[in-house]
Design a protein around this ligand. Structure first.
Ligand code: BGC
Length: 841
């Protein structure tokens, strides 16, 4: 829909109608407006699946691998396909606007939403995000680039004031958003945090560069509850305040307009942008055929499965232990709690509900199909941390069905509504009947072991817990935070222990009061008695010793990687390091699989032969794992983020603001691999690293001898498949410049391309370097600029393995940097040489 068609619609609306459109109608909807044939827009999370309008485990969604895994694929075609899958899911659920992708950077590995962001590198983040945006929007569904900008950590995210210099802001943190805008993203979400002292929902950055310099035409949607004041946000380029119906704009914007405190033109611009978005998703006027490409139901699982292998990063493979030949295996020991309780996704607003999950154990069993004995041992006692009751762990006391009974009660304790649910974690009952004063979860649990069980209730307000009619916990717990995730999605648990008898069913009841502003989330959780760690470990070691190969799956917990808080440390939860060590000692053919969304420290990494990162792999976890283990697929992943060997080696770690509320990005441009290079510390695995099942020789790098500043050019890298099977290689090109007159990272990724080749075959990767490739953000010019002179280009397999180098000379030009003329200058082969470390400094 063109502006010529939209502007007359604006004229049909009075001020009150316009203002009403600018705050949500509910948690996930905007208002409709019949006067202009506008229907409500439905918005939904999130980055790894489309939840839809409800938060209900019965409304299932396809679950993709975590964004870290997607970025690890370095495969834009796959990402576009996955975007199309997300669009298909969005349309199935009636969603117009998907609140993804998350384009913040991996500044510190402690960032709680690391799993939800792509990478430490702005180019990889931008290209990955843009590819996903194109796929989502090809289905007529809006993508939302979030959270604009500098929401790179969670600690005090509603108030933290991020401080960084102008060059860093533009070269690192804004760059992925700029790429998303260039890809045509239809919506952008402003972040909760402040940058330079101004909250992002009122930030001048929404105007410059987002709208004015980059030409973003869509609306800026607030993060949920991110519009917390009236005049500064209304006067800024913030367009839509979510959720609704209440909020500062709903309460005061009309009056402010009438009093002349906000100009009508500002409001018109907001409404115009909203209508433009509505037109794009088919919500304005007579609904057009916005349904475009879809991923057919029969192809969806296969695509998710392919994505698991494509994002899995093989960090080491001594003696080519992998792939395993099923014909040579008689027995496999599959070890670790995560082999069955695999974490497929991170916590928080990104979370969706799968209809089924293929666990690592199930995937391996299915792939071997009885040809080898598969033994599972957890190796650790069950978690002492209470987990929400699961469908197969409890019964509804009223119907006897697996699951729990949820009741809404009025002030007298009388029942207003009941429903049967499949989980002890209820983020929202499907109905909150008028007059509801309490939510209750009731379940029958048959303990498989006797002893001291831990029971827990989660939620805010007056909480109580009873076991077999006896109240064992009660108290009043008002919210201790404004953070929506803590209040509405993941309230803390309060626990108590009682003695139970094995096999004798107990009735457990968790109850919370409903008070304004405290949400409705309610949890009933349980944990069995502490088991015998020595016994479990011994059983796992015995199984490993007796098997031809041991596969140990280790990983993080819900608590450590989730929205709303940062991680306390990078270690695997207790016991897992010892488990890996013991298994690897027992069986020299041990494959360790890491199931985490972001980096964890692996103190034993050099002593295990094969180490595979699976990230949070989504619902096809086990099938994708088996494909890699048994060589049906190559592990396609390359690290999107550098992994340190020890936490105290990591050069940029801080995520918490100081006493003044400021979080200073003092490292400036030097994050990720650039920070490691500057610090001189050597990580366990560099950004870009990842092995396939074949070998590669880097043979020749040719570049134009000179390029005009600001113009794109191609770099040709010839590589030869020197290994035994066909494979795919991600050829990376980095930039270095010694003696620069401006601040620069030691290395910066400026391009990459993937190639495939048969054994013995040489292929040339054509790596496009954009007009920005050699440029830097000039603070005096407040714009992009390119130094004239020599630049070193380096190519190889990771930021720490760059065997080829060449020099390119940039000549001065009047062409504004960033404009991509598309012409490729004359190609002069440049002598290939091996570049030593010193070339980097
Ligand atoms: C998150 C957003 C999310 C929104 C809606 C916020 O707390 O930061 O990423 O889209 O909630 O769930």
């Amino acid at each position: 829909m063109t502006d010529e068609e939209i502007d007359p619609l604006l004229e049909k609306l009075d001020l009150a109608q316009k203002v009403r459109l600018l705050t949500g109608a509910s948690t996930w909807r905007t208002h409709g407006e019949p006067t202009v044939a506008l229907r409500p827009l439905v918005l939904s999370d999130g980055p790894a699946g489309v939840r839809g309008e409800t938060w209900d485990e019965r409304e299932t969604s396809l679950v993709l691998p975590s964004p870290t895994a997607l970025a690890a694929s370095w495969d834009e075609r796959l990402l576009t396909d996955l975007g199309t899958l997300l669009a298909t899911e969005a349309r199935r659920k009636g969603v117009d606007v998907l609140l993804a992708p998350t384009l913040n950077l991996h500044r510190s590995p402690l960032g709680g939403r690391h799993f939800e962001c792509f990478s430490e590198d702005p180019l990889l983040t931008g290209r990955t995000g843009a590819a996903l945006v194109r796929g989502i929007q090809s289905g007529g569904v809006a993508a939302t680039a979030k959270h604009f900008v500098a929401n790179d950590a969670e600690t005090d995210r509603l108030n933290v004031d991020v401080r960084m210099d102008e060059q860093t802001l533009h070269e690192l943190y804004l760059a992925p958003f700029e790429a998303a805008v260039a890809a045509g993203v239809w919506a952008v979400m402003s972040a909760y945090n402040k940058v330079g002292g101004v909250t992002m929902s009122a930030s001048p950055l929404l105007e410059h560069p987002l709208k004015e310099d980059w030409g973003f035409e869509g609306p800026v949607v607030s993060d949920w509850g991110g519009v917390r004041t009236l005049l500064d946000t209304a006067r800024s380029a913030q367009d839509l305040a979510m959720p609704g119906p209440a909020g500062p704009w709903a309460a005061g914007l009309l009056t402010a307009l009438e009093q002349g405190l906000v100009s009508p033109e500002v409001i018109d611009d907001k409404v115009r942008r909203l209508l433009r978005l509505a037109g794009r998703v088919g919500a304005l006027g007579s609904p057009g055929p916005v349904w475009r490409p879809v991923v057919a139901p029969g192809a969806q699982r296969a695509l998710l499965r392919r994505a698991v292998a494509a994002g899995s990063v093989l960090l080491r493979n001594d003696g080519d232990l992998l792939p395993l030949d099923p014909a040579e295996l008689r027995s496999v020991a599959v070890i670790g709690p995560h082999a069955v309780a695999v974490r497929i996704q991170g916590g928080g607003s990104a979370e969706v509900f799968p209809d089924s999950v293929v666990t690592p154990l199930a995937g391996i069993e299915e792939a071997l199909d009885g040809s080898a004995t598969v033994t599972h041992r957890p190796g650790l006692p069950p978690s002492a941390r209470p987990l929400p009751l699961a469908r197969d762990g409890s019964r509804d006391p009223r119907t006897g069905e697996p699951g729990v009974l949820v009741r809404l009660l009025d002030g007298n304790g009388d029942e207003l509504h009941t429903e049967h649910r499949l989980s002890g974690r209820i983020v929202e009952p499907s109905v909150v009947a008028e007059g509801s004063a309490a939510v209750e979860i009731r379940a029958l649990v048959r303990p498989d072991v006797g002893g001291l069980w831990t029971w827990a209730v989660g939620g805010w307000g007056d909480l109580s817990l009873s076991v077999d009619g006896r109240e064992v916990l009660s108290g009043s717990f008002p919210p201790d935070s404004d953070d929506p995730t803590r209040v509405h999605v993941a309230p803390p648990l309060r626990s108590v222990q009682t003695e139970v008898v094995a096999g004798r069913e107990v009735e457990v009841v968790a109850r919370r009061s409903l008070d304004p502003g405290t949400g409705v989330a309610t949890v009933l959780a349980a944990a069995p008695p502490a088991g015998d760690a020595g016994y479990e470990l011994a059983r796992a070691v015995a199984a490993a010793r007796a098997a031809d190969v041991a596969v140990v799956v280790v990983g993080t917990t819900e608590e450590s990687e989730s929205e709303g808080h940062d991680r306390g440390n990078l270690s695997l939860p207790e016991g897992q390091d010892a488990l890996v060590r013991a298994v690897a000692r027992a069986n020299p053919r041990t494959v360790v699989v890491v199931n985490s969304g972001g980096p964890v420290t692996l103190p034993w990494h050099a002593r295990v032969p094969a180490l595979l990162l699976q990230w949070f792999p989504g619902q096809e976890a086990g099938n994708g794992l088996a494909d890699v283990l048994f060589g049906r697929s190559e592990p396609g992943g390359r690290l999107p983020t550098t992994w340190g060997a020890a936490q105290d080696h990591v050069p940029v770690l801080d995520t918490a603001p100081g006493a003044d509320g400021q979080l200073r990005y003092e490292e400036g441009l030097h994050i990720g691999y650039a920070a490691w290079l500057r610090s001189g510390a050597v990580p366990a695995y560099w950004f870009g690293h990842g092995l396939g099942y074949t070998g590669w020789e880097y043979e020749e790098l040719t570049t134009p001898a000179t390029v005009r500043a600001g113009e794109a050019f191609d770099v040709h890298v010839r590589v030869r498949n020197s290994g035994p099977r066909r494979g795919r290689e991600v050829v990376q090109v980095y930039l270095a410049r010694s003696g620069s007159s401006v601040e620069r990272p030691a290395l910066r990724l400026i391009g990459y391309a993937a190639v495939e080749a048969d054994p013995g075959e040489s292929v040339v990767a054509v790596v496009r370097v954009s007009g920005r490739g050699l440029a830097h953000w000039s603070v005096p010019l407040h714009g992009w600029d390119t130094e004239a002179g020599d630049f070193t280009l380096l190519s190889g397999r990771s930021a720490g393995d760059l065997p080829l180098g060449a020099t390119v000379t940039a000549t001065e030009t009047n062409t504004p940097a960033g404009a991509d003329s598309g012409t490729t200058p004359e190609r002069t082969p440049v002598t290939v040489r091996n570049v030593t470390e010193s070339a980097l400094h």
